[in-house]
Design a protein around this ligand. Structure first.
Ligand code: IMP
Ligand code: MG
Length: 182
């Protein structure tokens, strides 16, 4: 385990409870159409694993890796695709699973692709939403927790590929960041 003392923002139990509620809500909203869940890698892999295990409806799952050019904790609007979807999109009801919506650039890139491939519908399901930092206007349909403009790690979210394994969400304060960087 890492040695840093993190400032916990959302406890593990609260995450698990909320994820169960979200899965129940989605199961009610999609009783019959067998939606296709598209999981954004890498960050959403833990959230997606917990969410789908709480679903009570038939569904399929696929994965996509998008990246935005990044400088430390700052993101840019330039989004590229690393691995592509393998499932057929046309005519499907899609639910995108993301771990956090920040500027919204990553999701708006993916939504463009889904429209190009004639998805029947799409909704966004995210564990965390940071509305204060949004740069593009996108509709987020299922939100676990709304958080302020702080950089967070844990439950799949990383800082330089570290801390994805924490079972809770922690704020990466500038003081901790300095000790990591030094
Ligand atoms: P967006 O395109 O700016 O919405 O960025 C989305 C991606 O940036 C997320 O899926 C995360 O991978 C990453 N990201 C944004 N905020 C944070 C954070 O606070 N901690 C860790 N990763 C973040
Ligand atoms: Mg992500």
């Amino acid at each position: 385990m890492e040695q840093h003392e993190f400032k916990t923002l959302i406890e593990a139990d609260d995450i698990q409870r909320r994820v169960r509620e979200m899965a129940e809500r989605i199961s009610i909203d999609y009783p019959e159409s067998s939606p296709l869940f598209i999981v954004l890698l890498k960050g959403a892999f833990i959230f997606a694993a917990d969410l789908i295990r709480n679903l009570s409806i038939p569904h399929e799952i696929d994965f996509i890796t998008l990246f935005s050019y990044q400088n430390g904790t700052k993101r840019s609007a330039d989004v590229g695709v690393i691995n592509h979807l393998r499932c057929h999109i046309e005519g499907r009801d899609i639910i995108i699973i993301d771990e956090i919506v920040d500027t919204g650039h990553t999701l708006s890139r993916l939504i463009r692709t889904l429209k190009d491939h004639n998805a029947r519908s799409h909704r966004i399901c995210t564990l965390l939403d940071k509305p204060d930092t949004r740069e593009v206007n996108i509709e987020v349909d299922y939100v676990g927790f709304t958080i302020p403009d702080v950089f967070v790690v844990g439950y799949g979210l990383d800082y330089r590929e570290r801390y994805r394994n924490l079972p809770y969400i922690a704020e990466l304060t500038p003081e901790i960041k300095n000790t990591i960087n030094s």
